[in-house]
Design a protein around this ligand. Structure first.
Ligand SMILES: O=C(CO)[C@H](O)[C@H](O)COP(=O)(O)O
Length: 223
């Protein structure tokens, strides 16, 4: 099976976590796009969605799914999102699509995080994928230096030759050279650096379930 087919497989499998009458949380990325496509068949059974990006919002609206502002909603039953890496404890690196801050907010608002990913995303230790970090532009140089002191190397993510601007008006650093063996401690530490909006380690908002697309079918991991 191709990676695209594995993504479609887990996107479809995630429908089992969508309960009638609920508002669901929807993440961002190519795997979530497969989930949104599958959700179209169930759109009349749910109340609507809270979305983690303008890209997902547009896709949901185009299918006729109501999108609520996160501040309008008290309770989200399930949050479905992809990951750039996931380990066997449910800790993740996210933010490859630059939506990490809103993803963390919606995940924190939800009772259950269901991660959908193809098997290439499963790692022993987090850190192979460049770690996305959303930063306030005036803090960029300082935060780059702080990652340097930790042994990492941070670069500003570019789009069309200019710093990418997130949905929140901020920039993204991609950090390589780190091995994140203690994700909770790492997330706590980096979150305290002035100017860091969100670090792409999802340890406090880790997955409860991962639907992993493999050549043998969907493997369900629970944490
Ligand atoms: O965190 C994300 C976006 O900010 C995505 O979940 C992550 O990048 C995975 O994307 P894809 O499903 O396209 O591989």
């Amino acid at each position: 099976m191709t990676q695209d087919e594995l993504k479609a497989l887990v996107g479809q499998a995630a429908l089992q976590y969508v309960r009638p009458g609920e508002i669901i949380g929807v993440g961002t990325g190519s795997t979530v796009n497969k989930f949104i496509d599958a959700l179209a068949a169930r759109k009349d059974s749910i109340k609507g969605a809270v979305s983690s990006s303008t890209a997902s919002t547009e896709r949901l609206l185009a299918l006729g799914i109501k999108v609520f502002d996160s501040n309008e909603v008290d309770d989200i039953g399930v949050y479905i999102d992809g990951a750039d890496e996931i380990d066997n404890r449910g800790y993740m690196i996210k933010g490859g699509g630059a939506a990490l801050t809103r993803e963390k907010i919606v995940a924190a608002q939800s009772r259950q995080f269901v991660c959908i990913a193809d098997e290439s995303k499963l790692v022993g230790v987090l850190g192979r994928f460049p770690l996305p970090v959303e930063v306030i532009p005036m803090a960029t140089r300082r935060v780059i230096r702080q990652f340097g002191a930790m042994g990492g190397s941070a670069l500003v993510r570019l789009k069309d030759g200019k710093p990418l601007v997130t949905d929140n008006g901020q920039h993204i650093l991609d950090v390589t050279g780190l091995t994140i063996s203690e994700p909770l401690r790492f997330e706590n530490e980096v979150n305290q650096w002035p100017g860091v909006v969100t670090v792409g380690v999802f340890a406090h908002q880790k997955a409860a379930v991962c639907l992993l697309g493999t050549a043998q079918g969907v493997r369900t991991m629970t944490f």
